[in-house]
Design a binder for this molecule. Structure first.
Ligand SMILES: C[S@@+](CC[C@H](N)C(=O)[O-])C[C@H]1O[C@@H](n2cnc3c(N)ncnc32)[C@H](O)[C@@H]1O
Length: 333
C-alpha cells in the first residue's frame, strides 16, 4: 500500500463526510438490492435450487446475462449461494424471505420510502401526489405488524379495564386490532369500518378465520358516514387512521365518535406523531406527498381537538421506545 497516497486520501477534502456518505450509500444499495431480490421473485424462486437458465424461464425473464450478474451480486451479499451449477437461497436469505415484516421493510424502504426523494423534483414542480397508501396498502399493513404487540397490549388493557359490551374500529384495515379487542372482551360485539373494499373483505375473512364472525360486522365506507345509526359503543379505536384525514376534518370525526359512544365510553387513538425526530419528519413528508391532505398529527393539537369534541383526555403515551408511535386515551364526558 502506498502510505503517501493513503495520506492524500485521508487529507483530501472532508474525509469524515466522504466516509459517512459512502457508508450510507452502501446501506442504501443493500436495501435496494434486497428489495429487488424480493420484488423480482428471485429470492423466493431460489428456495428450489436452479440454474440461471431455469430461473429465467421459471420467472419469465429474457436477459440471462443480467440475471446472472444479479444472482452473483446476491451471492456476494450472502442471500444466495452456489450449489454445483445452480444457486439456492441461504439461511440469511430465507430469514428475510420467510418473515413478513422483514420482507415488507426491504420492499417499503427500497420503494416508496426512498421513492419520495427520487420523485421530489417532479412533485416540487407541481406534479401529482403519490398513491403509495392505496397501491402499497398490503406492504404498509405488513410493516405495521412490527409494533403490533405494543398496540395490542394497550388495547387489551383499555378494553378489560371497563365493562365492554361493544367496540368499533374505524379504518380497521385487516381487522386484526378489532379481533384483539373482541378477544379481550369475550362478551362484546364489534363493528369494523373500512374505506377500502379489498381491505374490508380481508378483515371479514380474518375475523371469520378466528371464529369471531358471529360477534363482528365489517362495514365498507367512510368512517363518519358509516357511523350514523350505529352504537352505542363502549370503546372506539382509531389506529393509524387519523392522519388520513385533513387536520381540519379531525374534530368533526371526534364529535361523531363522541355521539356514538356510551356515557363514560373510551376513545383510543393510536398514531405515529409528528416530532422533531428525523424519521417522524420523513414519515410526515411521505404522507404529505400522497394524494389528499394527509399529515401526521402534532400530539398537542390532537389532544386539544379531542377535548373540544367533548372528551376528557386520560393519557397520552409513547408505545414504543425510540419511535414516535403514540396512544391517546380519552373518556366521553
Ligand atoms: C394504515 S391503515 C391502519 C389499519 C389498522 N387500523 C391498523 O392499525 O392496523 C389505515 C386504514 O384506514 C382506512 N381509512 C382511511 N381513511 C378512512 C376513512 N375516512 N374511513 C374509513 N377508513 C379509512 C384505510 O383504507 C386503511 O385501511
Amino acid at each position: 500500500m502506498d502510505v503517501r497516497a493513503l495520506g492524500m486520501v485521508v487529507r483530501g477534502g472532508n474525509f469524515r463526510a466522504r466516509v459517512a456518505a459512502v457508508r450510507a450509500g452502501q446501506s442504501a444499495v443493500r436495501v435496494a438490492m434486497t428489495g429487488a431480490a424480493l420484488e423480482t421473485g428471485v429470492l423466493d424462486a431460489l428456495r428450489v435450487p436452479a440454474t440461471v437458465h431455469d430461473l429465467a424461464s421459471r420467472l419469465g425473464y429474457a436477459n440471462h446475462d443480467l440475471l446472472l450478474a444479479f444472482v452473483r451480486t446476491l451471492e456476494a451479499a450472502g442471500l444466495v449461494r452456489p450449489d454445483g451449477g445452480s444457486h439456492e437461497i441461504t439461511r440469511r436469505g430465507r430469514a428475510i424471505a420467510d418473515d413478513p415484516v422483514a420482507r415488507a421493510a426491504y420492499t417499503a424502504f427500497s420503494d416508496f420510502h426512498t421513492g419520495v426523494y427520487r420523485d421530489i423534483l417532479q412533485q416540487l414542480d407541481g406534479g401529482d401526489g403519490r398513491q403509495d397508501v392505496n397501491h402499497r396498502a398490503q406492504v404498509i399493513a405488513d410493516l405495521s405488524r412490527f409494533m403490533q404487540p405494543m398496540v395490542e397490549a394497550t388495547l387489551r388493557e383499555e378494553v378489560s379495564s371497563r365493562p365492554t359490551r361493544s367496540v368499533v374500529d374505524l379504518g380497521c384495515g385487516s381487522g386484526m386490532l378489532l379481533a384483539t379487542m373482541l378477544r379481550a372482551a369475550p362478551d362484546a360485539h364489534g363493528v369494523g369500518i373500512e374505506l377500502d373494499p379489498v381491505a374490508a373483505t380481508h378483515a371479514a375473512e380474518n375475523l371469520s378465520r378466528q371464529g369471531l364472525d358471529g360477534r363482528a360486522r365489517v362495514l365498507v365506507g367512510e368512517a363518519r358516514e358509516r357511523l350514523a345509526g350505529e352504537g352505542p359503543f363502549d370503546v372506539a379505536l382509531l389506529a393509524n387512521m387519523v392522519y388520513y384525514l385533513p387536520v381540519v376534518d379531525r374534530p368533526g370525526l371526534f364529535r361523531t365518535v363522541r355521539d356514538v359512544l356510551s356515557p363514560g365510553g373510551a376513545l383510543v387513538v393510536v398514531t405515529t406523531a409528528l416530532t422533531d425526530d428525523w424519521f417522524s419528519r420523513h414519515f410526515d413528508l411521505l404522507i404529505r406527498a400522497q394524494q389528499g391532505s394527509m399529515e401526521l398529527p402534532d400530539m398537542d393539537v390532537l389532544r386539544a381537538q379531542v377535548e373540544e369534541a367533548g372528551f376528557t383526555v386520560d393519557a397520552t403515551r409513547r408505545l414504543t421506545p425510540g419511535e414516535p408511535l403514540m396512544a391517546l386515551v380519552a373518556t366521553a364526558s
